[in-house]
Design a protein around this ligand. Structure first.
Ligand code: DHB
Length: 394
């Protein structure tokens, strides 16, 4: 198959790039190992920065984000059993939108299908090569299943993009100059429950027994997380045990009460900080989790991926419009500036809000001092609000 841009990975990053390129008349193909249903039902984060919303709403995706997204003008930081509201609108004149990542995927997949995009699901990439040349290639097997070996195909492109997630085949196919990694001694236990909202805004809670996040999905479905051991088995957790753990972490003298209901999804989410530099190798460009991973606190993962895609799209568009490699050559450095700001923010929020197991009491007490310093200063609240709502797209 001959095309201009070969995209490995059909999650939100790969599909958004494919959509933008197609809108600019740049032929491309997307190769994705999972099937549509698996991606659609994989629960991920749910907060979109304004820049991400604009990318979906203003580029002809026809996303339901404008009609079904839930705009939030703040969060609630809870510690010492007390709530501390942060009003983003007042602090930095910005808001975020709660709209689940799998809905973003559904909208983008529908837009690609509507516009005749070439997206191959259940297509396993087996090789990427000739990346240092002007004619990089992707090998993949389509439809292989059990005894059926499937059909082998090759994509011959000008540019290959690895948007294939944190276990990226593309990243592992080429040596990076440098990899930065940080592991955390905890994970998140995530649930979806049929329950009403417990509070209007999301609650990020620091408690002696660990972090909890009370998020939402709709009026009748709620998303919540609590810090747990990375080896935790979801089957060891009954509904009663989950609710009492969560309730204990948000309890306080104000009598805050968590609204409960039947739990229909339980997962343990891994946790790490990772950046590979540079985000390119010859004519291969990495975008989103393929190049960098953040811990989930603050929900930067999808937003960063979409910011990468915007920068990369402009670079590819300029390459075809002018024949110059300049923006492609600058892609890694340009994207990494925002990536490292988000790495800092995600790891800061994580360390301030979590209680590592068996830690020195000084560390836990210090984090409370930091939270107090943040909420009791308008500058502190503004710093958090600016980072949470997202830096302007460059
Ligand atoms: C959600 C996840 C996050 O990591 C976060 O910081 C906020 C919200 C969510 O899934 O709703």
């Amino acid at each position: 198959i001959k095309t201009r841009v070969g995209i490995v990975g059909g999650g939100p990053a790969g599909l958004m790039l494919s959509h933008l390129l197609a809108s600019a008349g740049i032929e491309n193909i997307v190769v994705e190992s999972r099937d549509h249903e698996t991606i659609r039902t994989t629960h991920r984060a749910g907060i979109l920065e304004a820049g991400s919303v604009a990318l979906l709403a203003d580029t002809g995706v026809d996303s339901r984000v404008s009609t079904h997204g839930d705009e939030h003008a703040g969060i609630d930081l809870r510690f010492g059993g007390e709530s501390h509201p942060l009003d983003f609108k007042d602090l930095v004149d910005a808001t975020v939108t709660l709209y689940a990542q799998n809905e973003v995927f559904v909208d983008l997949a529908a837009a690609r299908a509507r516009d005749g995009g070439d997206v191959r699901y259940s297509a396993e990439v087996t090789d990427v090569w000739d990346l240092e040349t002007g004619a990089p290639k992707i090998g993949f097997v389509q439809g292989g299943d059990g005894d059926d070996a499937g059909t082998s195909c090759e994509v011959h492109a000008d540019i290959v993009v690895g948007a294939d997630g944190s276990r990226s085949f593309c990243r592992r196919a080429v040596a990076g100059e440098r990899e930065y990694k940080f592991e955390y001694p905890f994970a998140w236990f995530g649930i979806l429950a049929e329950a009403p909202k417990s509070a209007p805004e999301l609650i990020y809670a620091n408690s002696p027994s660990g972090f909890a996040l009370i998020s939402q999905r709709s009026e009748s479905v709620q998303r919540m997380y609590f810090q747990c051991d990375p080896a935790e088995n979801v089957d060891d957790w009954s509904e009663d045990r989950i609710w009492s753990e969560l309730a204990g972490r948000v309890a306080g003298p104000d009598g805050f009460e968590l609204k409960t209901g039947p739990i229909f999804d339980k997962t343990v989410l891994g946790f790490r900080s990772f950046v590979r530099e540079p985000l390119s190798h010859g004519r291969l460009f990495l975008a989103g989790d393929a190049g960098h991973t953040v811990p989930p606190t603050g929900a930067k993962g999808l937003n960063l991926a979409l910011a990468d895609v915007k920068i990369l799209f402009e670079a590819i568009d300029s390459f075809y419009a002018t024949g110059s490699d300049a923006l492609l050559d600058a892609y890694s450095d340009t994207a990494l500036r925002r990536v490292w700001k988000a790495q800092n923010f995600s790891s800061w929020m994580t360390s301030m809000l979590h209680t590592p197991p068996g830690q020195d009491p000084f560390v836990a007490r210090r984090a409370l001092g930091e939270l107090d310093a943040v909420v009791s200063s308008r500058y502190g609240r503004q710093y958090l609000a600016e980072s949470y709502t997202g830096w302007p797209h460059g």
